[in-house]
Design a protein around this ligand. Structure first.
Ligand code: 5RP
Length: 229
């Protein structure tokens, strides 16, 4: 089974946990996309759910799929969130933010009673930070000074850029109007500590380490579904 199909089976498996009446956190990314398509079909067929998106991109897809939406202001508790990840370890720790949505994803995760993470098998890692750089969202003011402080922890980071329509490279601006640093660790052996250390730097809004958040990781593999948690 190829990677795309691995993403699809993992995401569709997660939607089997959604029941009528639920407030559902809607993650971001190419894996969750398949869950959004499935939830759209289920909602149009009568499943009574209401979603809270983790990004403007997901909001757009959810609206196209006719998934009813709400906000944390109206529903402060989310029954179940389905989200993706960039790297996962056997302790269910995650690196997220490859899609630049990590701030809203962590806020949604914090408000969620249950979190299902959907990935393909390439995301499983022995030590976090060895296969994917850690995204850190920072405010634009004084960002170079913030980067210097972040580098004291990770060694080296790069400002994430995005291509404009005319082919220029500009700093990527998140949904929250901030920048992203991608931090190149040689492995994150103590994720809980590093998460706190990074968030203690003035100018850092949030980082993509998620510890003790996921209840279950659903992994699409070449031979079918596997679970962690
Ligand atoms: C977005 C995320 C995504 O969940 C993560 O990047 C995984 O995306 P994909 O399923 O496209 O690999 O954290 O900020």
């Amino acid at each position: 089974m190829n990677t795309e199909n691995q993403k699809k089976i993992a995401a569709e498996k997660a939607t089997e946990s959604i029941q009528s009446g639920m407030v559902v956190g809607l993650g971001t990314g190419s894996t969750v996309y398949y869950a959004l398509l499935k939830l759209g079909t289920m909602a149009r067929e009568g499943l009574d759910i209401i979603g809270i998106p983790t990004s403007e991109g997901t909001e757009k897809i959810a609206l196209e799929q006719k998934i009813p939406l709400t906000t944390l202001a109206t529903h402060s508790t989310i029954d179940l969130t389905i989200d993706g990840a960039d790297e996962v370890d056997k302790d269910l720790n995650l690196i997220k933010g490859g899609g630049a949505a990590l701030v809203r994803e962590k806020i949604i995760a914090n408000a969620s009673q249950k979190i299902l993470i959907v990935v393909d098998e390439s995301k499983v890692s022995r030590v976090l930070g060895t296969t994917f750089p850690l995204p850190v969202e920072i405010v634009r003011f004084g960002w170079e000074a913030t980067q210097t402080e972040v580098n004291r922890i990770c060694g080296r980071s790069t400002l994430r850029v995005a291509s404009t329509q005319d082919g220029k490279q500009n700093p990527l601006i998140t949904d929250n109007s901030n920048y992203i640093l991608d931090c190149h660790f040689d492995g994150i052996l103590a994720p809980a500590e590093v998460e706190l250390q990074l968030n203690n730097i003035p100018g850092v809004v949030e980082n993509g380490i998620f510890v003790n958040r996921a209840d279950k990781i659903i992994i699409g593999t070449s031979s079918g579904i596997q679970y962690m948690g």
